[in-house]
Design a protein around this ligand. Structure first.
Ligand SMILES: [Zn+2]
Length: 164
């Protein structure tokens, strides 16, 4: 009996820890990225659509981004801070209406669990400024099997070889 009670108590503790993490998340994020701006500064730097996606985790309409059909070789960078995020090498046509990649550049993105919908999703953001990019799903192509479903408005594309 004692063993079971300890187990239950342990489980409840984990749940509470999880809740605490979720509510503290936005504050922690703002402080923990190399590039940070105040909310007013972000509003001034970004277009309305960029701000809604990068800073408020909005999702652009499918098939609305010109980057969706972009097939040239090049690099996709964060519209918030210019950090390089994805290579055209990893881009593929997922048919979803959003630019899709099977992997990010090394260390370029971070993830967290997003509980906005009934089914938890993996949120993906710029590791440099914390700007929201999209979500990662498990129905991507080889070699990773991942689908990084990215809002085109959150990125800029530069054709040519990757810099740096
Ligand atoms: Zn960024």
């Amino acid at each position: 009996m004692i063993g079971r009670r300890q187990l239950l108590a342990g489980g409840a503790g984990l749940c509470l820890a999880g809740l605490g993490l979720a509510s503290a998340r936005s504050r922690a994020e703002e402080a923990s990225f190399p590039v940070t701006f105040s909310d007013a500064e972000w509003r001034a730097r970004l277009s309305g659509d960029q701000y809604a996606v990068l800073r408020q985790e909005a999702t652009e309409r499918p098939f609305s981004s010109p980057l969706n059909g972009q097939k040239r070789r090049g690099t996709y960078s964060c519209a918030g801070c210019d950090a390089q995020l994805y290579s055209s090498n990893a881009k593929y046509d997922s048919g979803t209406g959003w630019p899709s990649f099977y992997e990010a550049l090394d260390g370029a993105v971070g993830t967290k669990t997003d509980y906005k919908l009934v089914v938890p999703r993996t949120e993906v953001h710029c590791a440099t400024c914390g700007g929201h990019l999209g979500h990662i799903f498990d129905d991507g192509p080889p070699p990773t099997g991942k689908r990084h479903c990215i809002n085109g408005v959150a990125m800029n594309f530069a054709a040519g070889a990757r810099m740096g």
